[in-house]
Design a protein around this ligand. Structure first.
Ligand SMILES: NC(=O)c1ccc[n+]([C@@H]2O[C@H](COP(=O)([O-])OP(=O)(O)OC[C@H]3O[C@@H](n4cnc5c(N)ncnc54)[C@H](O)[C@@H]3O)[C@@H](O)[C@H]2O)c1
Length: 270
């Protein structure tokens, strides 16, 4: 039986991946800063068929001590941790960088970049001792060098995450450390993330042109999660270093645009 820990998994992609892992008989550790959603997510996961354990621990990924406690509590219950996914992330308000408040920039970088860095540090140092394990991080807009008004801070963080994983892969290889790292590219998903900048309650109105692009390129998180989890499970035995599991490839995006006239999806009027 394999065990997985997923940060920021009380909703959205994290929860959708947790459900897929449960379907595949994994024991799953949910964790999130939002305790109310975390409890609901745990009940939801437990109600699904699956032979593994379901655990849930509060963890703020900006706090190294929280992440260390998440590893300790998970390992205490499950023994070894085979997979650790740095999934927690927030979007930014759609304004140019100079209009963001100092606290908003700090929060975004602390969660999206520093959180993934702290999570990788904690997981790799323990996986090194247990002799195996894999750590995945989530890429996003900016990792492919794309630029857009209103996404500069977020894109900088995700570009940083991409660099960090690639650098880590080299470090693990050069030091013969038996741990692999990888990146997940989920494309565009219709989750609370796109309308709740910085994870706050206030909803961000999307322009009609943005909604149009989301209807063409976007997907529900469960569809994306099924694909990403299959890729990660494949790599548990393949053990490829710097594994890259990409849902929305350039080819798929081009196809979606070419067939957009026949696309009847409307996520915003469901
Ligand atoms: N939705 C998209 O279109 C999209 C596209 C590309 C990449 N991503 C990335 O996918 C990941 C998941 O996004 P999502 O769409 O499921 O978002 P979401 O907002 O639905 O879920 C994110 C979760 O992270 C949690 N979280 C926020 N701050 C935290 C902290 N400090 N510590 C622990 N947990 C915290 C939230 O409470 C929430 O449960 C993120 O890394 C995001 O950047 C999303």
């Amino acid at each position: 039986m394999d065990n997985v820990v997923i940060t920021g998994s009380a909703r959205g992609l994290g929860l959708a991946m947790a459900k897929e892992f449960r379907k595949n008989s994994y024991s799953v550790v949910l964790s999130d800063i939002n305790e109310k959603n975390l409890e609901q997510a745990k009940s939801e996961l437990e109600s699904l068929p699956g032979s593994g354990k379901v655990l849930a621990f509060r963890c703020d990924v900006t706090d190294l001590n929280d992440l260390e406690a998440l590893w300790q509590k998970s390992a205490q219950e499950l023994g070894e941790i085979d997979l650790w996914i740095n999934n927690a992330g927030v979007n930014q308000p759609m304004v140019p960088l100079w209009e963001l408040k100092k606290e908003e920039i700090e929060l975004l970088i602390n969660i999206d970049l520093k959180g993934a860095m702290f999570g990788s540090k904690v997981a790799i140092s323990h996986m090194k001792d247990q002799g195996h394990g894999q750590v995945y991080c989530i890429e996003g807009f900016g990792a492919d060098n794309a630029t857009q008004l209103g996404l500069t801070a977020y894109g900088s963080a995700k570009k940083g995450v991409q660099y960090m994983v690639t650098g880590l892969a080299k470090e693990l290889e050069k030091t013969n450390t038996p741990v692999q790292v990888g990146r997940l590219n989920p494309g565009i998903m219709i989750t609370d993330f796109i309308t709740h900048p910085l994870g706050k309650d206030g909803t961000m109105e999307l322009s009609d042109s943005t909604k149009k692009v989301y209807n063409i390129l976007g997907d529900k998180p469960d569809v994306v999660a099924e694909f990403l989890v299959k890729g990660m499970i494949r790599n548990v035995s393949a053990k490829k270093q710097n594994d890259y599991v990409a849902w929305l490839t350039k080819r798929k995006a081009m196809w979606r645009f070419m067939t957009a006239a026949f696309n009847k999806r409307n996520f915003f009027e469901e």
